[in-house]
Ligand binder design. Sequence first.
Ligand code: NAP
Length: 491
Amino acid sequence: MSNLELLPINIGGEWRLGGGDESATLYPATGEVVGRLRAPSLADVQEAIEKADHAFRTSGWAQKKPHERAAVLHRVAQLIRERAEPLAQLQRLDNGKPISETRALVASAAGTFQFFAAACETMEETITPSRGDFMTMSVYEPMGVVAAITPWNSPIASEAQKLAPALAAGNAVVVKPAEATPLLALELAKICEEAGVPKGIVSVLPGRGSVIGDAITKHPLVKRVSFTGGTSTGKHIARIAADKMMPVSLELGGKSATMVLEDADLDHAVNGVLYGIFSSSGESCIAGSRLFVARKLYGDFMERLTAKAAALRVGDPADERTQMGPLITAKHRESIESYVQLGLSEGGRLRTGGHRPEGALYERGYYYRPTILEGVTNNDQICQQEIFGPVLVAMPFDDEEALLEQANDSVYALAAGIWTRDYKAAWRIGRAVQAGTVWINTYKQFSISTPFGGWRDSGLGREKGRLGIQQYMEQKSMYWGLNEHPLAWAN
Ligand code: NAP
């Protein structure tokens, strides 16, 4: 290990070294160590959750008026913006995404805090139509300690997406970032503290998911888990939640269909399909990884797509022009290589890619070429399993019925894309395709104001949107008696 100093973590508001194993985060472009820390021990987890509970009950955060909490969240957004460049550079080092992308993720994290600040101070509770001599109300209360468990692919954005609404709701939050990418969550916790979030309201416990994440999920004081990650981990968390009768939101995997109809604008469709699968090196839950192209268009379309995919700039994440950086770890690249072998063994043919790039630049990093496979059918494993890398499977389709049958034939149902000039077809297919998000003539675009989540194995619950705050609150109905006389029944 390098001689970089060990980084303190945030245990119940106290910055100190964890009592667990030492781990290092590596720059995926070179394998160099960019940060070292000690994971929390199980005793640290216990302490952080107890302190979070104490802070929830005593710090006054939950009792602040919504506009007062909003002011703090606005300051968080402001501090993220002031530190945008160092944060973007840190995220580049932490997970190897190109700098152009990490800048956008930092901007989106600031926007998330700004949005939930506004949602916090404008959130309304309702007086409902009464059916008697009483007033009826629906109100919301914070839950207490909630947990945010995040993956490595877009750290600051995923963490902001959970932290901002959970804090807006008045909760204390324990964040468990991925072991591979702990640095941005630690920075966010520092920013929250500086902005005026009381000590103990935010903890960051980086460490192995199966140990630390599991202990957090099982803890009786943790009242809700918001999880983003793989489907098998999500199901494991859901089983624990069932035993505790604890609400969860699960943002899980995907194998999203992108559909190019015969009348699509080809320039738009080619660029959109490329961006949908190869941006973020395909390490994106919403990657458009299954491509269906109208048979008449298939030959021409694939030629244009292949030529552009082969010309994508794979390289140094620090270079502003880079379109694809390295993959997160050497192990993850091996997993992608074995998926490509699986596709080939199922009869797939490579249109482009299928190997590591060559040259001095690529020697130390975990790079992989953008890869397109064809000659497979939607039933093949390569079309059914999530690869989470820069691998696209392409198939022709004959008519709308066959298209929808295949697009919907997946355990996943996270997102879908439709490219067509026919507005009626866009509407029909957009309504019939089973997915949490549908993009028409665009792909992988987001607004924090619009709910996000998956169907089936892609998840449970929704994040984002104005109602995002209420996901971190308990609803309560109140009946306020206004009768002048005692209840007649007991007379
Ligand atoms: P993962 O292995 O499920 O890990 C996600 C997080 O869960 C990490 O912090 C991990 O910790 C933790 N974890 C692992 N085992 C756990 C357990 N038993 N209890 C509690 N926490 C546990 O997923 P990943 O490989 O990091 O991420 C890739 C997956 O995330 C893909 O399937 C992708 O589609 C999905 N994803 C979904 C969305 C969405 O919004 N739908 C967004 C991004 C990614 P460690 O890593 O430290 O072990």
